[in-house]
Ligand binder design. Sequence first.
Ligand code: SAM
Length: 233
Amino acid sequence: MQLTQKDDKKEVEEYFNNTGFERWNKIYSEDAEVNNVQKDIRTGHNQTIQRILAWIDADGDAQYKTFCDAGCGVGSLAIPLTQRGAIVSASDISAAMVKEARERADVQLGDKAMNVSFAVSDLENLSGSYDTVFCIDVMIHYPDEKLKEMISHLSNCAERRMIITFAPYTILLGMLKSFGSLFPGPSKATRAYLHSESYVEGILKELGWQVKRRDFVKSKFYFSTILEAVKQA
Ligand code: SAM
């Protein structure tokens, strides 16, 4: 049976409020016991976050900037961005993720905790205007045919810059099996959507964005292409 985007989203929401939350909360917690595959994904994801933060630090202008972290998970990026002085609006389709992110922010940020807000929202219901919109490791839940609509919506919320990541299409075959054990659905392997870099860049171009920096993080079980796009001059 072909799942519609609505079915897909409902299932993703349910997954990340239940077993997916348990699983990914552990992966995104340095001290939690995880298996070797999950450890590898933790390391890969951490590299993605560090590389994005290195770009932000190289620009040195996070202070007082408005940042939107769409699909924030447990706050792995939103929290360090807030630590750097930004005003961050973070959101996620999963209420469990949002609750965990809020708790982590309160523990880790001290006085700066008030500079980050967390809301339960799916990407398509985000509103507002932000200097930068981040969307990290979320596009795996969107099929190619829904990607343009999704990036277009994020683009409407971004004034200057978008930083997005996605699992590249090229390693599809090698990855299917591993993703199959990590994501929900009766046909697990088909539920992780990979995207070609040229396809994503084409969408960004059409929407008036130009890729300024790019990177690629690769480990045994984790692959992520990172693009920073700025408004075309
Ligand atoms: N961006 C975070 C990070 O890198 O630490 C979390 C990545 S996690 C693999 C994917 C997250 O995307 C989950 O927290 C999930 O609930 C969220 N998500 C999936 N589909 C979403 C949607 N349509 N709208 C908002 N969040 C979504």
